[in-house]
Design a protein around this ligand. Structure first.
Ligand code: SF4
Ligand code: SF4
Length: 205
């Protein structure tokens, strides 16, 4: 098993990026709490975009110091069902999907997958692509949830696939942001009437 060195995740630059993510999440919650429950608009979405942008800076800082195997077109991890997707993340993602001509078919596909729900490891071994995966790319890349953004590989990309003989030795750390940020996302989700976290299949059903 390869060792995990993610010391850059605690560097001042990385902490500053996570702080910016926290501030954006707090600003969104403060704005929402000052208004009637259930209201979601572009101003809230802008704060969420700020939070995602700050998270992406954090991930880039970590990857610069600890190169990962993740590349565009590499999709083993998109044959999965990301867990813990908060309501506001689902809303942000759905707002894009719902503008597509095939939106109904995409949601129907998510519904079909949700009906086959199983534990994470069994699901991974089924090798069913995420409905948002198309020609090796995520169609909603800029709006993908933190659960997707946080997944990286320090071992070779081929090892991420369950059929690899090295699968058991893969090192896939989750670059999760501090729990308090997802707690704020959840509080915001509750206030705007979006419910608790779910897996992606159920969330986009
Ligand atoms: S986690 Fe694995 S499958 Fe996903 S992009 Fe990175 S190397 Fe590729
Ligand atoms: S939402 Fe995008 S990044 Fe996440 S699993 Fe689906 S295709 Fe992959």
């Amino acid at each position: 098993m390869a060792s995990i060195d993610l010391s850059a995740a605690a560097s001042p630059e990385a902490v500053a990026a996570l702080n910016e993510m926290l501030f954006a999440a707090q600003d969104a919650l403060r704005l929402a709490l000052g208004r009637r429950p259930g209201l979601w608009d572009a101003a809230l979405e802008a704060h969420l975009e700020r939070a995602f942008a700050a998270y992406d800076r954090y991930r880039a800082i970590v990857e610069a110091a600890h190169p990962t195997s993740c590349r565009a077109g590499c999709t083993a991890c998109c044959h999965d069902n990301p867990r813990g997707v908060t309501g506001v993340e689902r809303r942000y993602l759905s707002a894009l999907v719902d503008g597509w001509e095939d939106a109904a078919a995409i949601h129907a596909r998510f519904r079909t997958l949700a009906e086959q729900a199983t534990d994470a490891e069994s699901w991974r071994r089924k090798r069913i692509p995420c409905p948002l995966l198309q020609e090796g790319r995520c169609r909603a890349y800029d709006r993908r949830p933190i659960a997707c953004r946080a997944f990286v590989a320090l071992t070779p990309a081929e090892w991420c696939a369950p059929e690899s003989e090295n699968y058991a030795g893969r090192v896939n750390p989750h670059l999760d942001p501090p729990a308090v940020i997802l707690q704020i996302f959840n509080a915001l989700s509750q206030h705007v009437g979006l419910g608790g976290p779910t897996d992606l299949h159920r969330g986009l059903s």
